[in-house]
Write a protein that binds this ligand. Structure first.
Ligand code: FES
Length: 56
């Protein structure tokens, strides 16, 4: 499922990054570009990020 349409970032891509050690939205934005354009995806992206961090 696409989370960020502007940058074509999927939830899978976010989960993959968390598995690689990303643990903040700032890092996620730097490596995937998520939330760097319209910003609409920021809320959902951070939710996925936090869910993954809790699950780890
Ligand atoms: Fe992610 Fe626009 S949908 S920045």
């Amino acid at each position: 499922m696409y989370v960020c349409l502007c940058k074509g970032v999927t939830d899978k891509a976010i989960k993959q990054k968390v598995a690689e050690g990303v643990c903040t939205m700032r890092e996620l934005k730097l490596c995937l570009g998520v939330g760097s354009q319209c910003g609409k995806c920021t809320c959902q992206a951070s939710q996925i990020l936090h869910n993954e961090l809790v699950a780890e």
